[in-house]
Ligand binder design. Sequence first.
Ligand SMILES: *Cc1c(COP(=O)(O)O)cnc(C)c1O
Length: 358
Amino acid sequence: MSTKTNHSISVKHIEKSRINEIDFNNLIFGNDFTDYMFECDFKNGSWNNPTIKPFGNLSISPVAKVFHYGQAVFEGMKAYKDDQDKIWLFRPEDNFNRINKSSKRLAIPEFPKELFFKALESMLQLDKDWIKPGFGNSLYIRPFVIATESGISASPSSEYKFMIVCSPAHAYYTGDIKVVIAEYYSRSADGGVGAAKAAGNYAAQFYPTNLAKEKGFHQVIWTDANEHKYLEEAGTMNVFFRINDTLVTAPISDRILDGITRKSIIALATRDGIAVEERRITIQELIEASKNDSLKEIFGAGTAAVISAISNFSHQQVVYYLPKITTSFAKMFKNKLMEIQYNKSEDTFGWRYEVSSK
Ligand SMILES: *Cc1c(COP(=O)(O)O)cnc(C)c1O
């Protein structure tokens, strides 16, 4: 059966939901996908044929440019269900703006705002049973764009596919994260694509991250590519350092992803009277702070895990341990963010976006 919504997104319905095959108590992040996916093609200078259809494989030329030149960007966002079964998104306009910012940097045409939101809402209405109520349950949403024109001339594609797929998720406890500070490899460089959610940024991190894992670490703290002196990001998360009661985080630049979790933490801290410094911070300063016991916490911030506390860091073969503290900023901010996301606390910043139930 095929129907058209009034937004002219055509919907091809599933015959039978796969939801009963999913063990919602034992989800592995990013492993299972919902019944539907959204697809829209850019051709002859415009986005055409927006369609929601059953989740399934694509048929794409082996010489589509994405496979050869990595012209691809993505986003990561979540939908939450409250106790009244209302569905919420968290600052989705920021994800929309960011995917277009990333696209621009990768010479990909921007996607229209109205269509982005209509596609999101229609998908979430069709897949609403996949969003389980309860604190910690969510639906991870992955919008992405790939270059689909066939031909291996090294130039931007003239054709693209914009898609949205969704994966049920549960807020996982990351455990104690051990990190190593990068001394040789870099995630991004001045004038590069570090500020874009470009697919290739992740590919480039896999090898150095594997090397770190072989040595018993979970993640790499990336430093600036010029001097390996300034602390920039933790794996695929923004990073915060708590020195005494002040939060320090690297300023947004070409090399640093402008995380929505990061800026929400900064806003919450500022509102609640916690000092925040967006400034460059050196490895040396971190080591000094660890030695004189003013370093209280390090944590990563990003949509997938919300906040991940780091238990120790290593630099030049020396391991520095974070103290055990009872009143952790990491826990407090995670809780404050999640209470807003799950419609359990007042939304003083206007961050919540209710998905209409049709
Ligand atoms: C996506 C991402 C983040 C986190 O951004 P959020 O908007 O908070 O999810 C941080 N760093 C990198 C490199 C990322 O790709």
